[in-house]
Design a protein around this ligand. Structure first.
Ligand code: SF4
Ligand code: SF4
Length: 369
């Protein structure tokens, strides 16, 4: 067993997201794999295990934590200008060959994904909250790897955060179950979901499935979470007009008010044979989203190169309400009630009346581990 795995096995606690299954197995319901884990074995994510009939789940550590602009998650309609204290863990329930966080997501599966054991920092939920307060972060985000697989630990942190008026969000691949979304719903206010592709075969190649992701977008929206969808647009993978149209139509069928971020890919991990996504491709994807009737379409990862596709416009009168450049807000016009000041139209989202409109880059909290 690797030193990292030994450390992670020690940093566990009894989990609650499971159902008893036949032959002493435990069915984990933290993600759509629904692993039925026999005693002495692990689930697909490698971080949840059946130890003598007890489900043990990650607890009491972070692997990377820093204060990021909420725009980086990306969320465009969730308290713009806020800082989100963001923590990551290790492991993932999928294994995408284009993963841009593969060192942490695949560290338990891929010997190439080596991270030092001191990357793991033991911490209590109370300490996470204290750090958020000290850095005036009014949001806490679970991100970097896949948060669903550590949902009990996230909920423990989030329950304390809510008591301090800190909002909580997930940055997730959306390969969830109704059970885990209902478990999180009382404390989870924002759910950023990847919609990687509309091809079931390609989701399978990532070790997941398309339908659970579509179902989770619907479910999270029904539960009242603020949902934003991200599609990393990868040339020759998911960038055909037909596939982008299908993705946009699906989101539109849930709600025209769900923001859709089409973001630029750069070659990484095992997906290095195709070029980076150009601004022209993102513009085409955004045009498709707008034609499908989505009210809010954004192009990401190419700051300053995508015209007004970083900005928020009123879908009724087309007034520009938020001007952005990368993670920086250049202008913010939405009223405290979340309305367009010009025509009074309500703008969907979670708004603040104190946005930080000029944020200097690089002042985030340094990594603690
Ligand atoms: S989180 Fe998903 S992959 Fe991990 S044990 Fe549970 S069902 Fe399996
Ligand atoms: S789901 Fe996200 S974190 Fe996990 S392997 Fe895929 S891209 Fe990486």
């Amino acid at each position: 067993m690797s030193p990292i795995q030994e450390t992670l096995d020690r940093l566990t606690a009894p989990g609650t997201l499971f159902k008893p299954a036949e032959n002493n197995r435990l069915e984990c319901v933290a993600c759509a794999h629904r692993c039925k884990i026999t005693p002495g074995h692990r689930g697909i994510c490698q971080v949840r295990m059946n130890e003598g009939g007890e489900l043990r789940v990650p607890h009491g550590y972070v692997a990377g934590m820093q204060a990021d602009p909420i725009e980086k998650k990306p969320f465009a309609h969730f308290l713009p200008g806020s800082d989100a204290l963001t923590f990551g863990m290790l492991g993932c329930n999928l294994q995408c060959d284009f993963c841009q966080n593969w060192l942490t997501s695949q560290t338990l599966r891929d010997p190439q994904a080596k991270i030092p054991s001191n990357y793991i920092e033991e911490i209590t939920a109370e300490e996470v909250i204290e750090i958020a307060i000290n850095h005036r972060a009014n949001i806490i985000a679970s991100s970097y790897n896949e948060p669903l697989i550590t949902s009990e630990w996230a909920k423990e942190i989030f329950e304390l955060a809510v008591k301090k008026d800190i909002q909580c969000v997930y940055v997730s691949n959306g390969f969830a179950t109704p059970e885990v979304l209902e478990f999180l719903q009382p404390v989870l206010k924002g759910f950023k979901v990847d919609l990687k592709t509309m091809q079931a075969r390609q989701y399978k190649e990532c070790g997941g499935g398309l339908q659970p992701v579509l179902d989770s977008i619907i479910k999270a929206h029904q539960l009242g979470m603020w949902v934003e969808v991200v599609t990393l647009v990868i040339p020759e993978y998911n960038d055909s007009n037909e596939e982008l149209w299908e993705a946009a139509q699906f989101i539109r069928s849930v709600s025209a008010d769900i923001p859709w971020h089409v973001t630029a890919f750069h070659p990484d991990y095992k997906h290095t044979e195709v070029p980076s996504t150009t601004a022209i491709i993102l513009q085409r994807a955004a045009d498709i989203g707008q034609e499908a009737g989505l009210h809010y379409v954004y192009a990401g990862n190419l700051p300053g190169k995508v015209g007004s596709l970083e900005d928020t416009f009123c879908p009724h009168c087309r007034a520009r309400l938020i001007q952005r450049r990368g993670y920086t807000l250049m202008d913010y016009q939405i009223t405290a009630e979340g309305k367009c000041p010009k025509c009074g139209n309500a703008i969907a989202g979670v708004w603040t009346d104190t946005p930080t409109t000029v944020r200097l880059h690089g002042l985030g909290m340094p990594r603690r581990v």
